[in-house]
Design a protein around this ligand. Structure first.
Ligand code: FAD
Ligand code: FES
Ligand code: FES
Length: 1329
């Protein structure tokens, strides 16, 4: 059929408004056209861009509402559909629909919130009163890096059938009933029905009418490079496929989309069969089920669930196995988009469904113009053999999955880094058929995913086991054969080779036990009972998976004094100022600023070499690309190009992969990125190239001199102790993974070289200063604006200045505004993160557990430039003692210079890594003394007023209170006993418990870094504008500042407003960091308000009954200045490193956390049973916000210690550059019971209203999960008689846990060596830095 040369009109609806695109480009995704909806990864992996799509099902003709990730939805796929975005479900102007998430304190930076709201909204659209499981499933694909998920779930739970509200405060009441800071008129459930839309349901009716008479004509959309053809009939589809055999079918675009994006695949023609009903047909027969290839995985899940409910169990073995994986495969959004056909045809090696379909003897129904035929979904098909594959002109019409039968068993297995929303490391489908009435294997199929380039069938092993009985002998032989057949070379992509091989046999063992159980039920009494010894209950624990459980928890904090005036908000759980705007999508982030006149886009060109001379840079081809305006190089910098060792743009050499060399400026982002591909850079490799800490030590490659603290006489003490233990600890790095990537918009003004810079940063003054020195213009011409930042965690202190300066050079050179938005991949590649650490310790102690001497030496991987590495080393050393009083101490630390991107500040600033070494020493001492670790902790903890290793006096009373309270509220000792009992009864599952104390020092070790300023204007209508030097990163600083101003000025918060942080309003600000932002800026705001109130005093005295507005009017009449600057000179802080003495920190935050976990020794998976945190917040300014900080930091810490793993290639290229390879915790990682208490009524007169800064400290408490995991691993090792002291490695990933729980299967892996394939000494796929 002829393909028209003109594009059709693309018609769809967004929030009820008809959109007509006359020149729709197939390469444009829905996200590119939306406001409010957020970009955070562009790969469907984070859920930030979730919207709801409503479409008429081509077969049932019913309207389906489903959530999708807009970044993977080509606009051309939306013909006739309705899209609902966060802006469509409510706004501040209309009735607020999605306010609950804000009211439950479920928003911090708010960048993830629009996506969360849309996932929840879609759920409620389909299930007005969902179950808690449905809620968990709906939110499983939405990442949040700030809020720790608990309050988000709490808000969702208020809609659930079984919910009693959120149980805030431990009062048993829902926060929504408390009415505090209720800034909207909405109340409980009945008011906030999911259908209470501002213009009800109209949004969804329009497309219904449109598609009642679906058009049958073919639609064509021509883009710049790609043509989209959407036939209206099956016949036309087959004809088009015959005409364009090379053109892929595009269904969910979840496989094609990421490939086109990351691998640069380009398909000039895409065929969209979205309107073809034949691909959605489902038919049930007596022997099986046929499912249309166009059905989404979510639909497949429903179809299978229905069939399982209708048929006897024996017939639904394959369906159950598929259902098991369909629950954990990707996210709800991806399952809604991805099609069964796309999944099968993509043949990803990690495919969760193909291994099961293969063992379940599924067949593929293929159709072309020539006719139809069937092929088996066999190992040959999965391997892509041409003889077993589709012909180019064929399409997959449907998939036939036969019923299972009696004496047949099918199972599915899967292990991933996290339970939910994570690609599997290894998965498997296994099926066995027995000769009727016997345990003789008649047929056996085993297929694995994740162990090769394609799904792998262990066909040979299975054939050799036919005729065997299902017994231990068979198990043993099967394992050896499987290891032999499913071979993985040492350099296999994805790495984790030994772990994967162990899973190959561990899964089979699980299958063996499952089938044994079933056989026993079928054959009773079994004729030859000798072969069927009872499986002892201890071993049955191998069979249970960890089901997803909806977390519960209680948050406790003290109420404000009953005499406190009602108007005074200090100490009350006031909702985040921007909470409602986050929830409605109205909160504006840097990249939400509408396009400005003549704006250009910038994209960065980075080094592909780790250490090399730049020989040449050829820009010619790039400059020829249409739309490309210029390429900015170091030569264009009129001022200073960074520092000698840390250049903004590389000049002669590069020091790491990811170093910025130049920047393309183009009319569009797409053009700029295309130009990058055309820039040719030649390099000459330099030596030595160093990546790891071990290599840096070997080459004596360090960034700064050693930092050292010492007290007592360590050598003498070692001579007098009963025992000495030495050990090593490895702590991996961490990526900030703020949801909003780095972004900046630079607008040059026409006069006086002035620049306005809108930037996502924690330190606008640093951006301003860097731009000034780069452009060689005075600081007073540059204004930096920060409205809000979508998460920072330390990663937006130093780096934004680099991006701001490069964009400013572009703006100056071209005279145009420049927008630079980093892709997630580039952000992760370029910016660096938390320093990895290698620690060596030597600890001397008495047999009763008293530690007499501790010597710790730490090395951190600083990367290729100094950045904050020296400071991090200093803080690490200062904080290493944690909560312990040890008389003889020596702490040393060095920052290594390597050829990796420079590591930088990260929440906790060295403390979370370093203190893991200290706590590991405690665990090692406990193991040697035969005492539980908590006893050693207690014995060595500070008890009375004392001095730290650097001679700073402090009172540890609150530390002891937190510790005791934590032991008490967590019923620690009882639970320790119960865990031990559990461990005795279960061989393959082990529980671990750990309680960790914390003494965390806040602040910078220099007085000048604690200064702050504020500017408060009172306007003549009585409204007040507050500006201060802190930046809103999600931590609620603006909310707290208005609470302070409200108390000081004695006016309600509704009179007060904060617009933004601006260097023009408050100059010379300090980075918002080190947990003291609210403390120091609060003091400055207080000061400004007190000055103003003092000025107003005579007026108030004269008219005490007057109103605020009347006083202000009078003050204006009397020419009293209504504007004041407040200033705080800062806490005194200093450190003398020569003497090893000082008062570096204004105060300490104390806390304790107890966590309990259960591990699966066969897979390395774990579930978090419970966490209790007790934190000393003194008099919290805002307990809801502070608890949010504690929970969020705890979950981030848990990620650091359990799942977040950075992998580099042997050439120094970061592999983990997105949410699919780098796993931050998801909603299902929250402990099943998660309780947080603030210690009541302690005081610290130093700070504003005796509050404490809690931004960072909770991070380290995440280590309680790590130590609970190592406790469980130790229990397993003890039982298996393996040494209890093992090298501590963080993160405790499933790989580490599985391999540490050594058993017969890990042994088999080591005994059956890897096949030696060339090269004989393979370079591993990844290196651990
Ligand atoms: C964030 C994310 C997480 C994921 N997690 C997992 C996971 O945990 N486990 C897992 O197994 N998978 C996972 N996946 C992969 C996902 O399952 C597949 O991408 C998806 O099933 C592909 O379906 P699609 O409709 O989107 O295919 P598309 O991208 O639309 O198409 C893929 C290919 O299939 C071909 N094709 C499609 N339909 C037909 C047909 N009827 N006839 C002939 N050819 C056809 C197309 O030509 C194309 O080449 C994930 C994907 C993403 C994006
Ligand atoms: S899922 Fe679309 S931006 Fe992350
Ligand atoms: S509030 Fe979720 S990412 Fe910040």
């Amino acid at each position: 059929m002829p393909c028209p040369s003109r594009s059709d009109e693309l018609v769809f609806f967004v929030n009820g408004r008809k959109v007509i695109e006359r020149n729709a480009d197939p390469e444009v995704t829905l996200l590119m056209r939306l406001t409010g909806t957020k970009y955070a990864c562009g790969r469907g992996g984070c859920g930030a861009c979730t919207v709801m799509v409503s479409k008429r099902d081509p077969t049932s003709q019913e309207i389906r509402h489903f959530s999708v990730t807009a970044c993977l939805v080509p606009i051309c796929s939306l013909y006739g559909a309705a899209v609902t975005t966060v802006e469509g479900v409510g706004s501040m102007k209309t009735r607020l629909h999605p306010c609950r998430i804000a009211k439950s304190h479920g928003t911090q930076c708010g960048f993830c919130t629009p996506g969360m709201v849309m996932s929840m909204y879609t759920l409620l659209r389909n299930h007005p009163q969902p179950s808690e499981e449905q809620l968990l499933e709906a939110l499983g694909g939405n990442l949040c890096r700030c809020a720790g998920y608990r309050p988000i779930l709490a808000s969702g739970k208020t809609f659930c059938l079984e919910s009693n509200g959120c149980q805030q405060k431990g009062t048993g009441k829902c926060c929504l009933d408390l009415g505090e800071n209720d800034s909207s008129s909405l109340g409980r459930k009945s008011d906030v029905s999911p259908f209470a839309l501002s213009s009800p349901q109209e949004y969804h009716l329009t497309p219904t009418r449109m598609t009642e008479n679906p058009e049958k004509r073919t639609l064509t959309f021509h883009g710049e490079r790609v043509t989209w053809i959407s036939p209206g009939t099956f016949k036309d589809l087959l004809e088009l496929k015959a005409k364009h055999p090379e053109a892929p079918l595009i269904l969910g675009n979840t496989s094609l989309g990421p490939a086109m994006r990351s691998k640069g695949c380009l398909y000039p023609i895409l065929l969209s069969p979205a309107r073809i009903s034949e691909l959605n047909v489902v038919s049930k027969t007596n022997d099986g089920l046929t499912i249309g290839a166009g059905c989404s995985l979510a639909q497949v899940k429903d179809i299978l669930a229905e069939r399982v409910s209708e048929l006897p169990e024996e017939k639904t073995q394959t369906y159950r196995a598929l259902l098991k994986h369909l629950k954990s495969l990707a996210s709800q959004q991806i399952r809604n988009m991805a099609s069964l056909g796309g999944h099968i045809i993509s043949r990803h090696s990690y495919s969760d469904l193909n291994p099961i379909l293969a063992v379940g003897n599924a067949t593929l129904n293929l159709t072309s113009e020539e006719g139809t035929r069937r092929i088996p979904l066999s190992e040959h098909f999965l391997a892509g053999l041409a003889s077993a594959d589709l012909k180019p002109e064929e399409i997959l019409e449907s998939v036939y999955i036969p019923h299972s039968q009696k004496w047949e068993f099918v199972s599915a297995f899967r292990q991933a880094q996290c339970q939910q929303n994570a690609l599997p490391d290894v998965n498997a489908g296994m099926r066995v058929l027995f000769k009727e009435g016997t345990d003789i294997i008649e047929d056996l199929s085993i297929t694995y995913g994740g162990v090769g380039a394609a799904t792998v069938s262990a066909h040979k092993s299975c054939q050799q086991l036919l005729g065997r009985q299902w017994d231990e002998l068979m198990l043993d032989e099967a394992c050896r054969r499987l290891l032999d057949e499913v071979s993985l070379p040492g350099w296999a992509p994805g790495g984790r080779v030994e772990f994967k091989r162990t899973l190959v046999v561990s899964f089979f063992f699980k299958f063996y036990l499952q089938v044994l159980q079933e056989l026993k039920k079928l054959i009773k009494p079994f004729p030859n009972s000798r072969r069927y010894p009872e499986i002892s209950d201890r071993f049955l624990s191998a069979l249970e998976d960890f089901p997803g459980t909806v977390p519960q928890g209680v948050q406790r904090y003290q109420s404000v004094d009953s005499h406190q005036p009602l108007q005074d908000p200090v100490g009350r759980p006031v909702m985040h100022l921007s909470g409602l705007k986050h929830a409605t999508g109205e909160a504006e982030f840097c990249d939400d600023i509408p396009m400005v006149d003549k704006e250009l886009c910038m994209a960065l060109v980075t080094s592909t070499r780790a250490y090399a001379k730049i020989i040449s840079v050829d820009l010619s081809e790039a400059l020829e690309i249409p739309g490309v305006v210029d390429v900015i190089t170091a030569k264009d910098i009129p001022g200073i190009n960074g520092t000698k060792d840390d250049k903004l743009l590389a000049v002669d050499e590069v020091l790491c992969v990811g170093q910025i060399i130049c920047a393309v400026v183009a009319e569009t982002d797409v053009q700029a990125k295309r130009a990058i591909e055309k820039i040719k850079i030649t390099y000459e490799e330099l030596e030595p190239i160093i990546f790891t800490i071990e290599d840096a030590i070997k080459h004596n490659s360090f960034l700064c001199p050693e930092k050292k603290l010492e007290q007592g006489n360590i050598e003498e003490a070692f001579e007098k102790v009963d025992q000495i233990v030495e050990g090593e600890v490895h702590v991996g790095g961490q990526e900030h993974f703020y949801m909003e990537t780095q972004r900046v918009l630079v607008i040059p003004k026409t006069e006086d070289k002035e620049l306005d810079i809108y930037v996502s940063t924690q330190d606008p003054a640093h951006v301003q200063k860097t731009v000034s020195s780069t452009l060689n213009i005075p600081i007073n011409r540059i204004t930096c604006h920060v409205k809000r930042v979508g998460g920072g965690f330390g990663g937006k202190i130093g780096r934004p200045a680099v991006f701001g300066a490069i964009a400013a050079v572009g703006a100056l050179k071209t005279g145009h505004p420049i927008r630079l938005v980093l892709d997630r991949e580039d952000d992760m590649l370029i910016t660096g993160g938390r320093h990895p650490l290698f620690g060596k310790y030597k600890v001397g102690f008495m047999n009763n557990g008293r530690i007499k001497a501790l010597d710790i030496e730490c090395f951190i991987n600083g990367g290729c430039t100094l950045d904050d590495s020296e400071l991090v080393t200093e803080f690490l050393i200062l904080k290493l003692e944690n909560a312990y009083k040890i008389r003889n101490l020596r702490f040393r630390g060095r920052a290594c210079l390597t050829n990796l991107p420079s590591n930088t500040a990260f929440r906790g600033f060295g403390f979370p890594q370093g203190t893991l070494v200290t706590e590991s020493c405690i665990t090692a001492v406990a193991a040697k003394c035969g005492l539980p670790p908590e006893k050693i902790r207690e014995k060595n903890m500070y008890r009375t007023v004392d001095k730290t290793i650097y001679k700073q006096a402090f009172n540890p009373e609150s530390l002891i209170r937190c510790w005791n309270e934590c032991l008490d509220v967590s019923s620690f000792h009882n639970r320790r006993k119960q865990a031990e009992e559990f461990n005795k009864k279960n061989y393959w599952k082990k529980r671990g418990v750990a309680v960790i104390p914390m003494k965390f020092s806040v602040g910078f070790a220099a007085t000048s870094y604690h200064q702050a300023a504020a500017l408060v204007h009172i306007y003549t209508d009585g409204s007040v504008l507050v500006t201060h030097g802190g930046n809103e990163l999600g931590q609620g600083i603006h909310t707290k500042m208005l609470q302070v101003a409200s108390r000081e000025l004695k006016i309600p918060m509704s009179h007060l407003h904060i617009c933004e942080t601006s260097t023009a309003m408050v100059p010379n600000t300090i980075a918002t960091a080190a947990s003291v932002g609210a403390d120091i800026n609060g003091k400055a705001v207080q000061n400004a308000c007190q000055i103003l109130l003092k000025r107003l005093e005579p007026i108030i005295k004269k008219n005490p009954e007057g109103t605020w507005e009347e006083w202000i009017e009078a003050a204006f009449e009397q020419r009293i200045s209504l504007s004041a600057t407040g200033y705080f000179r800062g806490y005194k802080a200093f450190m003398d490193w020569e003497k090893g003495e000082g008062d570096p920190f204004p105060y300490y935050v104390y806390g304790a956390a107890c966590s309990e976990v259960e591990i699966d020794c066969l897979t390395g998976a774990h579930k978090k049973i419970r966490t209790d945190i007790v934190m000393d917040a003194c008099c919290s300014l805002n307990p809801a916000i502070d608890i949010g900080q504690i929970e969020g930091a705890f979950i981030q810490g848990m990620g650091l210690y359990t799942t977040e793993e950075l992998k580099y290639s042997p050439e120094g290229v970061l592999y983990s550059r997105g949410p699919d390879e780098y796993k931050i915790p998801t909603i299902s990682d929250v402990p099943e019971e998660f309780n947080v208490s603030l210690l009541p009524s302690s005081q610290t007169p130093l700070t504003i209203y005796s509050s404490k800064g809690l931004g960072e400290s909770g991070m380290f408490l995440g280590s309680s999960v790590f130590f609970a995991i190592t406790d469980a691993v130790a229990a397993a090792r003890k039982e298996r008689d393996i040494a209890e002291d093992f090298t501590v490695k963080s993160p405790a990933t499933p790989e580490w846990v599985r391999m540490a729980c050594a058993d017969r299967f890990t042994e088999m892996v080591y005994i059956c060596p890897l096949p030696l394939e060339p090269p004989s000494h393979p370079t591993p796929w990844a290196i651990f830095k």
